[in-house]
Ligand binder design. Structure first.
Ligand code: HEM
Length: 400
């Protein structure tokens, strides 16, 4: 039996400001939590999140992974994040070929150049918004280059993509602003694919060109090229998955490091600690703390029956604070020895962009700390965006 006073609602903005005490109670008192009002279950312990992520035959992504978008009739939009094996495996293999560690390593210099350019543009200012002026710009510029968006078209698409995440207070992610922005981005990417096909050499060694040249094997064993629609859908997924999340990581970093000035000073003194600090930041405040799954067959978790057709939320953000996995889990410690975390998901959907996200996080913080060894966060200019999926700041006003 679940305690009557234990209540977790992913749309409750007050709870979202600090969900950790509630998630701790859920781990301890109701590890298989039931919310009747919104009709979902939630798994909050590290071990359960990990096991469910591995079991795609029971916990499926094919009905969506965002609570308000999930339902019996929801069918994937052709994005591999909403597919199960074996269909997912085929796309993932293809894309992994274009997403090699070598290609990611080639982006290192670009991440540093863009970070330096953005931060230098703010030099001389006593205050600025770390998220809007920096963290929101960096990942979108990097992905634009990776994908093959020409430089002078990047800013317009960044704004469109930002609008795709518009949250309506009543209807969440389902609203006209977000829908129309998605249509604009879709049209733009379709045109970009066609321009690549017409003149590949005008673009060079970018992701769209690599994918245009790749073949996939269909169920009947025949091979074919990706359709234009498949190319657009995949490119869009990269943007969606890779911009908001990195922006949240960096916003969290600005706030958490300001709250731990002694550890921030250690990073300034020894930048080789920054890579480890990024892992700890990811564990401590997950930018994407909730992954939805659809239950395909009746199952039992910790003695609780969950019927087929249920929605289950895997709380990767809670798993990062599970004392069963991490001693003194609520303590932020850049020197913590983290063997694994599930902030990038786990199993077949493990984040494709994890190495790029780590690189962006590390280099962005190196460049920030080099210019600004100290800062204060201005609470009156700090704004959180509330969604049922990603979690973090849209504005973090700093005085440096
Ligand atoms: C701090 C930054 C990031 C975080 C916290 C993050 C988190 C995640 C999580 C939790 C998943 C698994 C979703 C699920 O199981 O349903 C995922 C998948 C994915 N991520 Fe990331 N991500 C980040 C950055 C990126 C970047 C930079 C890119 C691309 C450049 C990216 C591309 C993807 C893709 C394509 C998938 C789907 C993989 C699949 O379905 O096989 N992510 N990410």
């Amino acid at each position: 039996m679940q305690p009557a006073d234990l209540h977790w609602d992913p749309y409750d903005t007050v709870l979202d400001d600090d969900p950790h005490p509630t998630w701790k109670r859920m781990r301890d008192e109701a590890p298989v939590y039931r919310n009747d009002h919104f009709d979902f279950w939630a798994l909050s312990r590290f071990a359960d999140v990990e096991a469910a992520s591995r079991d795609t035959a029971t916990f499926s992504s094919s009905h969506g992974t965002v609570l308000e978008l999930m339902g019996p009739h929801m069918v994937g939009s052709g994005q591999m994040i909403f597919m199960d094996p074996p269909e997912h495996t085929m796309y993932r293999q293809l894309v992994s070929r274009a997403f090699t560690p070598r290609r990611m390593a080639m982006l290192d210099d670009h991440v540093r150049d863009v970070s330096a350019e953005l931060l230098d543009g703010l030099s001389g200012r006593a205050t600025f918004d770390y998220v809007q002026d920096f963290a929101a710009q960096l990942p979108s510029r990097i992905i634009s280059r990776l994908v093959g968006v020409p430089e002078d078209e990047r800013e317009e698409q960044r704004i469109n993509i930002d609008e795709m995440f518009h949250i309506d207070p009543e209807r969440g992610m389902i609203n006209d602003i977000a829908f129309l922005a998605r249509v604009r981005v879709h049209e733009y990417l379709l045109d970009l694919v066609k321009r690549h096909q017409a003149a590949p050499s005008a673009f060079g060694d970018d992701m769209i060109n690599v994918l245009i040249g790749s073949e996939i094997t269909d169920d009947d064993g025949s091979t074919r090229r990706l359709t234009d629609e498949e190319l657009v859908v995949f490119t869009l997924l990269l943007y969606v998955a890779g911009t908001e999340t990195v922006m949240r990581l960096l916003g969290n970093a600005a706030v958490i490091l300001a709250a731990h000035p002694d550890q921030r000073a250690e990073l300034v003194a020894d930048p080789s600690l920054i890579a480890g600090a990024v892992e700890e930041l990811l564990r401590y405040e997950a930018p994407s703390p909730v992954q939805g799954r659809w239950v395909l067959r009746d199952t039992v978790v910790r003695g609780v029956s969950i019927p087929a057709g249920s929605r289950v939320l895997l709380l990767t953000g809670s798993a990062g604070r599970d004392e069963r996995e991490y001693p003194d889990a609520d303590r932020f410690d850049i020197r913590r020895d983290i063997r694994k975390h599930v902030t990038f998901g786990y199993g077949v959907h493990y984040c494709l962009g994890a190495s790029l996200a780590r690189t962006e996080g590390r280099i962005a913080l190196e460049e920030t700390l080099r210019r600004h060894p100290q800062w204060e966060v201005d609470p009156s200019r700090t704004v959180r965006q509330h969604t049922s999926t990603v979690r973090g700041w849209t504005e973090v006003g700093l005085s440096v």
